[in-house]
Design a protein around this ligand. Structure first.
Ligand code: DC
Length: 212
């Protein structure tokens, strides 16, 4: 039996944490599709190419390989899981992810990361583009202030002033990614604001078809 679960939602909605835990629970790989865009962005920055120029990004893409192994992200065989979370990569990744031809190529890599028994595919267009035939589609939400508080806590500083700054960043990020962020019509929606990670995972698992 193949189980493919698509998890989409805005930045800070809890996608990565939930997707990782869910993948562990179901026993399938966690396909973090944002990590592919981040790794390519790292390669673009290292090459000194312009993230906003599709031809330059495609040029870097043609000599680059990104794959996932054991929940790590490999760029040309090297583990870049930590480096792709840097402020520099985060600031440029939306520009890279905006190019249609880049997206078409990365979708192939993302689909190739799905295992024989399925995957938890996490992103912005997982349910609508990457795995439209997913067993289950989930749209995660949370109010901007909640998402910002989590992000600030992850970064080690949840002061009120920092949270306010992160709210502004998240709203700008949602705006930048708007063109590629879709809620599938047949997705179940979960507001994660007042739920623990285990609660959300339990709810998703409860929606899986009985035979899975
Ligand atoms: O989820 P994340 O923050 O790691 O995503 C990194 C960037 O990639 C973000 O700007 C949104 C974009 N992205 C996308 O356009 N499509 C996806 N399926 C996943 C991420």
């Amino acid at each position: 039996m193949t189980t493919v679960i698509a998890i989409d939602g805005p930045a800070g909605s809890g996608k990565s944490t939930i997707a990782r835990e869910l993948a562990r629970r179901v026993g399938v790989p966690h396909v973090d599709t944002g990590a592919f865009y981040r790794a390519l962005t790292l390669a673009v920055l290292r090459a000194g190419a312009d993230p906003a120029d599709q031809a330059s990004v495609l040029d870097v893409l043609a000599r680059t390989n990104v794959c996932r192994a054991d929940d790590r992200t490999l760029l040309d065989g090297h583990d870049v899981s930590d480096e792709i979370r840097s402020g520099e990569v985060t600031a440029s990744v939306s520009a890279v992810a905006r190019h249609p031809q880049v997206r078409a190529r990365l979708v192939e890599w993302q689909r190739a990361a799905i295992g024989d028994h399925g995957a938890v595919v996490e992103g912005r267009d997982a349910a609508t583009v990457i795995v439209p035939d997913a067993t289950l589609k989930v749209w995660l939400t949370a109010p901007p202030a909640v998402r910002a508080t989590r992000r600030a806590a992850q970064q080690g500083n949840a002061d009120a002033a920092v949270i306010e700054q992160v709210v502004t960043q998240l709203i700008a990020r949602d705006q930048a990614d708007r063109g590629n962020t879709f809620r599938a019509r047949d997705a179940i929606e979960i507001d994660t604001a007042d739920l623990t990670i285990a609660d959300v995972v339990d709810r998703v698992v409860a929606h899986l078809p009985a035979d899975d």
